[in-house]
Design a protein around this ligand. Structure first.
Ligand SMILES: NC(=O)c1ccc[n+]([C@@H]2O[C@H](COP(=O)([O-])OP(=O)(O)OC[C@H]3O[C@@H](n4cnc5c(N)ncnc54)[C@H](OP(=O)(O)O)[C@@H]3O)[C@@H](O)[C@H]2O)c1
Length: 319
């Protein structure tokens, strides 16, 4: 396999780091821009990874990063934003403006291969600012047409050591005696982070992936209540779940989003109006068999992961 130069924008995060490890193991030369070098420290041990502290929102710096790459992968995504219609300014910047700038930088630098991580049911007319902005971001990339060999990935919620979803419910059940919960019947089809990483890496050289959008899901559908109950059982703290009526759930989310590192927002609740499940086709591209949650989650849920400890420290420090 030919060694490639690959730019991983947002590559310091949960999914990006798994992809970086796989690509580095194949010998590819990776560049990972980050806003804070410290956040990408775990990647510095990989021999072919260069971490660059910079702003990818600066067009000139972005174009310089893209120049000379064989492929670009965009992982940047956020869960919370200031409010706005159809989406707030932070979503607009991270999910729409940045993909547009990436497409422009690729065209300017003559880089054709672009992989972009979106979200399941991303839709410019979706129920939440998150999904609408993710949908607009996809549309902005598709507008580049034949100038790019584009592949989009649309995962359901992703699980794995250091995930932000199951670990959050573990932490909450360690702290609280009961779990007041909105949208308990919202459905998810959680997908293992290594399965998504494998799909991304496998798509890199496949011409049949050009122009495609792949949904990524696990083998089983769960309600939110089932997932919370499962996590509680795994950590030995199964808390009673108290389903909240919609008005109370929105009030709870509205209060939680005032926290510095919000575990939930009203917009997150709105995203749950559409079930995060794969409705058609295969759960993973290229015939891959998805890993069951039960095969992986018990081990890491029982332990305190670095992200879990970090979140705890931030809560304590109120930062
Ligand atoms: N995790 C899931 O369950 C899930 C489910 C569906 C879709 N997705 C999508 O998958 C992608 C990766 O998710 P993830 O869980 O790996 O996210 P993550 O851990 O939060 O990582 C995202 C990375 O993006 C960078 N970033 C965040 N905000 C940014 C901003 N405003 N400007 C520039 N860079 C920014 C951060 O890098 P630095 O801090 O180093 O700059 C961060 O490491 C995202 O697009 C997400 O929406 C995730």
């Amino acid at each position: 396999m030919k060694t490639k130069n690959i730019l991983l924008i947002g590559g310091s995060g949960f999914l990006g780091s798994h992809v970086a490890r796989r690509l580095a193991a194949q010998g590819h030369r990776l560049t990972v821009p980050t806003r804070h070098r410290e956040r990408a420290r775990h990647l510095l041990v990989l021999p072919t990874v260069e971490v660059v502290e910079t702003s990818v929102h600066d067009a000139a710096r972005l174009t310089a990063l893209v120049a000379g790459q064989d492929a670009v992968i965009n992982f940047v995504g956020i869960l919370h934003s200031r409010y706005g219609l159809p989406y707030g300014a932070d979503f607009a910047r991270a999910h729409v403006a940045l993909p547009k700038m990436i497409a422009a930088a690729c065209r300017a630098a003559g880089v054709r291969r672009l992989l972009h991580v979106s979200a399941l049911h991303a839709d410019a007319n979706g129920p939440s600012q998150y999904l609408r902005s993710k949908g607009e971001g996809e549309a902005a990339l598709r507008a580049a047409g034949d100038a790019l060999d584009l592949t989009i990935f649309r995962p359901s919620v992703i699980f794995g050591p250091d995930d932000a979803f199951l670990n959050l419910f573990a932490r909450l059940q360690r702290l609280a005696p009961v779990m007041p919960l909105g949208n308990t019947r919202a459905r998810f089809q959680p997908v293992y982070v290594e399965d998504v990483a494998e799909a991304i890496v496998a798509s890199l050289d496949r011409s049949e992936a050009f122009g495609q959008a792949y949904c990524c899901c696990g083998p089983r559908v769960y309600t939110l209540a089932e997932l919370v109950r499962y996590v509680g059982e795994q950590i030995g703290r199964p808390r009673p779940i108290i389903p909240l009526p919609e008005a109370l759930a929105r009030l709870q989310a509205g209060l939680l989003e005032l926290l510095p590192n919000p575990p939930m927002s009203v917009d997150n609740l709105d995203s749950m109006d559409v079930d995060s499940v794969c409705t058609e086709g295969e759960p993973l591209p290229f015939g891959a068999v998805p890993t069951p949650l039960e095969a992986v989650a018990p081990e890491y849920l029982a332990a305190s992961t670095p992200r879990y400890r970090y979140y705890g420290y931030r809560l304590k420090a109120r930062r």
